[in-house]
Design a protein around this ligand. Sequence first.
Ligand code: ZN
Length: 312
Amino acid sequence: MMPADCFWLMPAMEALRKAHQAGRLGQALLIHADPGCGGELLAEWATQLVLCRQDPAPCGECIDCRRCAAAQHPDLFAVQPIGESKQIRVTEVRDFCAELSLTSHGGGYRAGVIAPADSLNVAAANSLLKTLEEPPPRTLIVLVAATPSRLPATVRSRCMRLRVTAPGRTATFAWLADHGRTGDLAAAADILGDAPLALLAADLAEIGRVRAESVRALEEIERGRADPSQLAERWSREDYALRLACIEAWLGARIRLSARLSNGNIARQFGLLDAVRELRREIDTPLNKSVALERWLWRLAGAETERRLRHG
Ligand SMILES: [Zn+2]
C-alpha cells in the first residue's frame, strides 16, 4: 500500500507539503493516528518529503523515495519496541538520536520514525526530549501514536501535531471495494472498527469464527456453565486483543437490544462495558492479562455463580 492510495491521508500530506515548501515544517511531527488508519504510511511519506531530491517532493519513484518505502535509506532511522516488553527503551532511543546527529549521506536531511511512540518508556521519552529540545539541523523526527496522552506533555509540546482518523464507514467500505475487498465487512468492522487498512488486511472468515466462538463461551460463563479461570488463561494466550474486541461488540449489541426492549440490567451491562474498555486500553502495558480478564469474567458470571464454582 502506498500513502498516495489512502485518500483520507491527503489533507495531512498537503499540509505537510505546504509547510515544507514554506520552510515551516519544524523538526518534529507527532502523528496521532487511530490503529489501522495509516499513521505509519503517513510517517513514511513525511520522510520521503524531506529525503526526496525531486521537485515536487516526494516523487514516490526516485531512489530516495524507494529506499524510504523499503526502510533501507541510509539517512532514515527507525525505532520500534523490541522483545516481550513491548516498550521502547532508553538504549534504543540513545542510538537513534546519535545516528540522527551524524552528517547525512546524501548531503541533505536525516529522518527518523518512532512508532508506536506511545510505547516509549519514561526514561526513553526523557532521552528523546533532549534531542527534541536541540535537534541537529536538517533533521525530521516523526512520532506515530494511537494514544499521544501516554507521552509526556514536554515531548508533545515540541511536535507539530497531525490527526489521522478513519474516513467514515461508507467511504471506508467504498475504498475497500475499490481494492477488491469483499465479504462481511460490517461484521468485521464491528470488531476492528472502521479502520480501512486493518479491514483490508484482516482475515474476515477467521474473525467471524473467533467472534462466534467467543459469544458462545461468554454465554456459557453467564449461565454458570464454564470456568472463568480456564477461559481467561486460554484467551490471554491466544487472540487476546481480538477476544476483547469481540467482548466489547457483544456487550454493545446487548445494550442496544436491552435499551430497545427496556429490559435487562443496563447499569450492570454498562459497568461490564467500561471494564472491558479499560482492559483494551491497558493491552500494551505489562499487566497480567490472564488475571485481569479472569476478574472481568467472574464479574460477568455474577456472585452466585462465583460462590458455586469456587466452593463447590
Ligand atoms: Zn522521490
